[in-house]
Write a protein that binds this ligand. Structure first.
Ligand SMILES: Cc1cc2nc3c(=O)[nH]c(=O)nc-3n(C[C@H](O)[C@H](O)[C@H](O)COP(=O)(O)OP(=O)(O)OC[C@H]3O[C@@H](n4cnc5c(N)ncnc54)[C@H](O)[C@@H]3O)c2cc1C
Length: 492
């Protein structure tokens, strides 16, 4: 049911109050409602048309590397699903392992504990189309015409009709008897109870009138995205004594912000026998599209001590390439044959490792509601940049073993790459309320419950302790499915 105003809410707490109605929040709302619990979803954005008059994005203060001021995350019912790309692939098992050579602890849960929930997440996204053809099965052999030692192909999927939750779930939320929605209302504060071990109430602002009120709560789930989950906790804890559970006993809230940086650093000249010249989407019978990327075999990542990455070929870069012509001439002279080469400049999508130098904090600047903006201090260290440059070199050299391909590095040296490579972002906000069994190294425990608080939980990619290189949404949905079971156990 849709609740028009804060004043219309019942004074007795719902079993669960979910803040944020993106994929994470709505997955949990559906699952908890289906199991008979009373759920309130509070969403700061409107029920529809998030981008009216340029509004609907939430603003950040970026003090590290360049980042769009509006972060591209949508504020509306359905969250950022209103314009996400739908591209999905499960996290790799290797990302769950400790990787001491990258100073990376890994996840505090076994891979299988996460993977058991992937089927539910795939189904929710519409990514299942028969057990004989699982959406994410990687092609084993024959993806290169020639030796492919060290290279691997990774399969991504998207549904043909990408889920836009706002429009799709509006009829459901309008008639649901268990799940209520309070849209155009923003949670601006979390108030602790006397003992300091529970959230007693939320301060909620009506975005249209500016009026605020207090809503008592039972169990609370923050599902506001990887920037706002941390910002809200930091804002709520800023006037409390140091060591409070909102900012973290060891000040971990907001630490280790991660993105998936993308770089273009390699030109690939290939003839028509190169099957992955364009890794663009292919529609397969059913409701799914598939796309492949290149990556490295797991043992190669390990041996070379590299962070994870994938390489996407998005078609031809240029029809008339002088260097390609030069290679054609060379082939004619040296190999006595003429080939017709095309040029691609593939995108390298990288894993960023969790580091304290990259974080979310509170800015001194405030937004139109008088709330402190999130200060995003996103950085990439020299070590990471060196790893990325090494990865591009390794990939180029492995790809060169394929006869149909010539490669050319676009930068002369690491220094040239570090200074001049254009770096792109993916709007993936990861790791600011990381999962850890120990509150010295994370914010939530392995059940996604905030350390030191009995009724505060977090859903979304902010709980990922590391990021792999793959898109987060399928994976945060699998975690939400796991979290739903835990939450149902708390409110039998
Ligand atoms: C352009 C773009 C393309 C993308 N493409 C892909 C892709 O192809 N594949 C992929 O896996 N991921 C993609 N993503 C990322 C994907 O959108 C996110 O992983 C996903 O939306 C995260 O879901 P969420 O529920 O955690 O957060 P969101 O979808 O961001 O939802 C959070 C919701 O919380 C609300 N909220 C925030 N603060 C408050 C508050 N204080 N009070 C009340 N409500 C609040 C917001 O208004 C919002 O509606 C893309 C992102 C962008 C921007």
């Amino acid at each position: 049911m849709i609740i028009p105003d804060l004043q219309d809410l019942p004074r007795t707490p719902y079993d669960f109050t979910i803040v944020g109605s993106g994929p994470a929040g709505l997955y949990l709302a559906e699952a908890l409602g289906r199991a008979g619990r009373r759920v309130l979803v509070v969403e700061q954005g409107p029920l529809d048309k998030p981008l009216n008059q340029g509004r609907g994005y939430y603003e950040i203060d970026a003090t590290g590397k360049d980042y769009p001021r509006l972060g591209e995350r949508l504020a509306a019912f359905g969250g950022t699903s209103g314009h996400w790309g739908g591209m999905s692939r499960p996290l790799s098992a290797a990302a769950f392992d400790e990787r001491p050579y990258l100073q990376c602890r890994g996840w505090p849960i076994a891979y299988q504990e996460f993977a058991n929930h992937l089927d539910a997440a795939k189904k929710w996204l519409g990514h299942t189309f028969g057990p004989e053809d699982p959406a994410y099965a990687d092609p084993q052999d024959g993806f290169l015409p020639g030796p492919s030692a060290g290279l691997a192909a990774h399969q991504f999927a998207a549904s043909v009709a990408i889920r836009r939750l706002g429009s799709e779930l509006r009829p459901w939320i309008g008639t649901s008897r268990r799940v209520d929605l309070l849209a155009s209302h923003r949670v601006v504060d979390l108030a602790l109870g006397e003992a300091g071990t529970r959230i007693a109430s939320l301060r909620v602002m009506n975005i249209r009138s500016g009026d605020t009120g207090k809503q008592p709560v039972d169990q609370v789930i923050l599902a506001t995205g990887g920037i706002e989950n941390a910002r809200l906790m930091l804002a709520a804890g800023r006037d409390l004594p140091a060591g409070n559970p909102l900012t973290g006993r060891h000040r971990r809230t907001g630490a280790t912000f991660m993105e998936h940086p993308k770089f273009v650093g390699l030109e690939v000249y290939h003839d028509d026998s190169f099957p992955l010249a364009d890794t663009g989407w292919q529609v397969v019978p059913g409701r799914v599209m598939k796309m492949r990327s290149f990556s490295l075999q797991e043992n190669v990542f390990k041996k070379l001590e590299l962070p994870r990455f994938g390489v996407m070929f998005w078609g031809e870069a240029d029809e008339n390439v002088q260097v390609a012509d030069f290679i054609n001439v060379l082939d004619r002279v040296v190999l006595a044959k003429q080939r017709k080469y095309r040029l691609s400049r593939p995108e390298f999508e990288f894993e960023q490792m969790p580091r304290d130098r990259s974080f979310i904090a509170l800015s001194d600047k405030t937004d139109s509601h008088g709330q402190p903006l999130a200060r995003m201090h996103w950085t990439l260290g020299e070590g990471e940049m060196r790893d990325y440059w090494k990865s591009i070199n390794v990939f180029a050299s492995l790809l060169s073993q394929c006869g149909a391909v010539r490669t050319r590095l676009m930068f002369d040296s690491f220094e040239d790459f570090a200074q001049n490579a254009k770096q792109l972002i993916q709007h993936h906000h990861i790791g600011t309320t990381a999962m850890s069994a120990d509150d010295r190294t994370g914010v939530v425990d392995p059940d996604c419950q905030v350390h030191g608080l009995l009724n505060l939980h977090i859903a979304g990619s902010s709980v990922f302790p590391n990021a792999d290189y793959v898109n987060p949404t399928l994976n945060l949905l699998a975690l939400a499915d796991r979290q739903a079971r835990y939450l149902l156990g708390l409110k039998r």
